[in-house]
Design a protein around this ligand. Structure first.
Ligand SMILES: CC(C)(COP(=O)(O)OP(=O)(O)OC[C@H]1O[C@@H](n2cnc3c(N)ncnc32)[C@H](O)[C@@H]1OP(=O)(O)O)[C@@H](O)C(=O)NCCC(=O)NCCS
Length: 169
């Protein structure tokens, strides 16, 4: 399988915040943002693997800034590391100032997707080769995050999480 770069999976979804998508403070409802991020991440995972992909885990979400009603929200997702059948997807969320058009980072999240065959069994995905400095940083830290996610899900024994142990030793 030919290795791919993050730019080959990069997916950008831009949409408005409508009244039915807000909480009582008139800001974007968290679950709505999670769904938008899941959609963008799913497309990025599909573009990298060219297979059916499923969400295996939401590893991290930071709702750093509230996003008001009427905002234009851009969700940008790209594969940050590919393992055997799983892919880490890094998602950046931006809002756009109406007058200047300047974009401000509002939130970010990290999801794990797994490529599967028609019966739902995991299948191998192409390797990812990071290019930019940011892509390299995200790639380097992804194994640590995968191990943490597996430990929290009860799928890996803490003593087997070599990358996590290395941080504390
Ligand atoms: C995700 C799923 C395919 C994993 O299947 P599985 O039988 O556990 O397969 P494996 O244990 O071989 O794991 C497959 C890969 O997923 C990774 N994985 C599984 N759970 C994970 C988690 N919580 N965090 C990070 N990675 C995880 C494994 O490390 C493995 O990665 P690798 O092949 O790159 O090394 C399976 O659990 C599933 O179908 N879940 C439901 C998905 C779904 O419906 N999502 C939508 C939610 S409504």
């Amino acid at each position: 399988m030919k290795a791919k770069t993050p730019s080959e999976s990069r997916t950008t979804l831009t949409d408005l915040v409508l009244p039915s998508e807000t909480n009582p403070l008139n800001n974007l409802f968290g679950g709505e943002l999670l769904a938008r991020m899941d959609r963008a991440a799913s497309i990025a995972a599909r573009r990298h693997s060219r297979r059916v992909t499923v969400t295996a885990s939401v590893n991290h979400v930071a709702f750093n800034r509230a996003i008001p009603l009427g905002s234009v929200v851009t969700v940008e997702a790209a594969v940050s590391r590919a393992f055997k059948s799983s892919m880490e997807i890094y998602i950046d969320v931006w809002t756009e100032d109406r007058e200047s058009g300047i974009k401000t980072k509002a939130n970010e999240a990290i999801y794990t997707f797994v490529a599967v065959d028609e019966t739902g069994r995991p299948v191998e995905v192409p390797e990812l080769i990071p290019e930019t400095e940011l892509e390299k940083q995200r790639f380097e830290a992804a194994l640590r995050r995968k191990q943490l996610s597996l430990v929290l899900a009860g799928k890996m024994k803490p003593q087997e999480a070599t990358e996590l142990k290395a941080i504390f030793q």
